[in-house]
Design a protein around this ligand. Structure first.
Ligand code: HEC
Ligand code: HEC
Length: 292
């Protein structure tokens, strides 16, 4: 409740006239040092507002008379790095792989670009170090679906696999179960045969079933997976006589694939990455351990 402003008898300072249940407040001035610091801060803020981006203006904003922009700074830095690397990257793009390998400094630059490019673009699907996962081939294993020469890998990277790119690699496998080409018992039999190719035969598989499976294989699968089940790179049909499996080595996984193939997609990179980066990636993948 406001009361009268009066002089406090002890300090000689006026009261503010505010009274809270008998407690009154002295009207002491702000300390000078505090007041001036505060005013300097306000002035500083005004100067800052004028110099730097500050006030939102609908769809735009006040850019500040200094034109400062951290985004432009990043763009400048990136452009500077790109310019510094341009010589090396142009050389990687222009020279054949043998020539790159023959120049230690160039090879090292390509390996670095490949390692970083792989971590940024490929690792989510293919795993660290190209270890692979179900549905995503192990790139270090040397069990190539489409080919393991560095030129094959480069082509795979440029156009992808079932990617929609006009030059994409496209491998098809019929939907033996889903389209009723084979009956469920036939699929079980051919899966038993495939398990012998995987060198992990089903223990209680009847010999007659495995034999029937082999006959079904000869009839339905040989055209793509081959007489000796070594696969066919022209068609992108993986080797079945192998211990490396795109879709896993368990019998259920084999049955699932024969019933309804997954037909995985690998993106095309020629629109997203420049030629030198793709070549660096091809070298890196080739040198993971499985290159031919
Ligand atoms: C979205 C997931 C995905 C990404 C990202 C991806 N890949 Fe793939 N990649 C696949 C799939 C799926 C296949 C297998 C396709 C098939 O069934 O033939 C594959 C196949 C490949 C093959 C062919 C392997 C062979 O045996 O012939 C190479 C080489 C390859 N990828 C390299 C890369 C590189 C290098 C990158 C990064 C620039 C990359 N991939 C990014 C999914 C991906
Ligand atoms: C027209 C060609 C074609 C025919 C015919 C074909 N396949 Fe395939 N097969 C493929 C292709 C391409 C892939 C890889 C497809 C994918 O990514 O789904 C594949 C993948 C597989 C896989 C997975 C291999 C792995 O590494 O995980 C198995 C198992 C398989 N086929 C079994 C069969 C069996 C059994 C038959 C016959 C009943 C058969 N295929 C007929 C083309 C074919």
């Amino acid at each position: 409740m406001p009361t009268k402003i009066e002089k406090d008898s002890l300090t000689g300072t006026n009261t503010t006239g505010h009274d809270w249940d008998g407690v009154r407040e002295l009207d002491n001035p702000l300390p000078k040092w505090w007041l001036y610091t505060w005013l300097v801060c306000i002035a500083w803020a005004f100067v800052w507002f004028v110099l730097y981006p500050s006030i939102p203006l609908g769809t735009t904003y006040w850019h500040g008379v200094l034109g400062a922009s951290t985004r432009a700074e990043v763009d400048r830095d990136v452009a500077a790095v790109t310019a510094r690397r341009a010589g090396v990257m142009n050389k990687i793009a222009a020279e054949p792989y043998d020539a790159i390998r023959a120049q230690p400094a160039l090879l090292e630059a390509a390996q670095t670009a490949g390692r970083i490019g792989f971590a940024n673009n490929c690792q989510p699907c293919h795993g660290a170090g190209g270890g692979g996962a179900i549905g995503y081939p192990a790139l270090a294993a040397g069990a190539w679906i489409w080919g393991g020469r560095v030129e094959d890998i480069e082509l795979t990277l440029q156009h992808g696999i079932r990617s929609g790119d006009p030059d994409a690699r496209i491998g098809q496998m019929p939907r033996f179960g889903a389209d009723g080409i084979l009956t469920a018992p036939q699929i079980e039999q051919v899966a038993d045969y495939v398990m012998t190719l995987y060198q992990t035969p089903r223990k209680d598989a009847a010999e007659a079933d495995v034999k029937a499976g082999a006959a079904l294989y000869a009839e339905n699968c040989v055209a793509c997976h081959g007489e000796n089940a070594k696969g066919n790179r022209e068609l992108g049909a993986p080797a079945l006589a192998s211990r490396v499996h795109l879709y896993g080595g368990a019998r259920e996984q084999v049955v699932a694939q024969i019933t309804q193939p997954r037909l995985g997609v690998m993106p095309a990179w020629n629109q997203r990455l420049d030629a030198a980066t793709i070549k660096s990636l091809a070298l890196y993948v080739h040198d993971l351990g499985g290159g031919e």
